[in-house]
Design a binder for this molecule. Structure first.
Ligand code: RIB
Ligand code: CA
Length: 315
């Protein structure tokens, strides 16, 4: 099993990443840490607890982190995720509590006490990860690797140049991309191949469990906001792509590149400037380019099925 810390801003696709991690026998979900991004920290933290409650995730530490970017004002994405950050389904009171530790301290503690076998999987702005690197630089050597959802090499989604997670906190991203650890960037070029089509939603709905119903409700809301705001017929489900890379690296093709984060551009702030030619600098990232779409959705649907029937989960 591969141990991961999922640092996220639930968020509809973050919620799917939590389900994929929890329902995959290849993954040991050591902790879920939350950050401000899609919505404010109080909302992303409540949403993480809500998803854990519905999915029966009880043995995973959940800790709240930074409530704003390192320098800039927080920008949220209610236009995609709604006022709650997880609009669509209705939730009861969460029965999963927050760990009292700050997420940055928990990330440091877990990595420093590990034997180097924990992968960081950020799927929101990189504020928590950057703060952890600054507070305890030794985590750069202790982390097995970092596989993040963010950036892109051909497009933006928040501006023409920048993807949301990087756009919200470019300074944090610059710290993370220059830290020197093994880094995989799963950006929009890859995640726009992971579309929750009607056929995919029918596969999930056919499982007929509370968790599959949650997933379908999340994706149906996500589809409407993505249709309204970005013209997609089916929504790209970004965050579980990063988890899928950890489960099965062969699920996507990656190419070595030099990636620099633009933090000053008047129109390009938050851009992940990606150089595959070696002219700008030495390789500091593997950049995901091509998804095995069928394999990805098999991983996602199988994970949701396993959660619905805990008895079949690997020990
Ligand atoms: O740009 C997509 C990313 O921004 C996803 O992680 C989504 O959840 C938002 O955080
Ligand atoms: Ca996210």
């Amino acid at each position: 099993m591969k141990k991961i810390i999922l640092d996220c801003d639930p968020g509809h696709d973050d919620a799917m990443a939590i389900l994929l991690a929890h329902g995959s026998p290849e993954i040991e979900l050591v902790a879920i840490t939350t950050v401000a991004g899609n919505q404010t920290l109080d909302k992303t933290s409540l949403n993480a607890r809500r998803v854990c409650t519905v999915a029966g995730i009880r043995d995973v530490l959940v800790a709240a982190g930074c409530d704003r970017p390192l320098i800039r004002e927080l920008k949220t994405a209610a236009y995609i995720h709604g006022e709650s950050g997880l609009d669509g389904p209705s939730f009861g009171e969460p029965t999963v509590a927050l760990d009292p530790r700050h997420a940055v301290d928990l990330i440091i503690e877990l990595l420093m006490q590990s034997n180097g076998d924990i992968t960081l999987v950020p799927t929101g702005p990189l504020t928590n990860i950057a703060m952890a690197v600054r507070k305890e630089p030794r985590i750069i050597q202790k982390a097995r690797e970092i596989v993040l959802m963010g950036g892109a090499y051909t497009r933006g989604n928040t501006t023409p140049a920048a993807e949301f997670n990087i756009y919200v906190d470019p300074e944090a991203a610059a710290i993370v991309f220059t830290a020197g650890w093994p880094l995989t960037m799963v950006g929009l070029d890859l995640t726009h191949q992971a579309l929750a089509t009607p056929a995919v939603l029918q596969r999930i709905a056919a499982l007929g469990t509370p968790v599959s119903r949650l997933a379908v409700q999340l994706m149906e809301f996500f589809r409407e906001t993505y249709r309204r705001n970005s013209g997609f017929d089916s929504p790209p489900v970004h965050d579980p792509c990063a988890v899928a890379r950890v489960i099965d690296p062969k699920v996507m093709h990656c190419v070595d590149a030099f990636v620099a984060i633009e933090t000053h551009g008047e129109f390009t702030s938050g851009m992940t400037v990606t150089d595959f030619s070696g002219r700008l600098g030495p390789t500091n990232a593997q950049v995901a380019t091509k998804l095995d779409v069928a394999r990805f959705w098999d991983l996602m649907v199988d994970a949701i099925e396993r959660i619905g029937a805990p008895a079949v989960r690997a020990s």
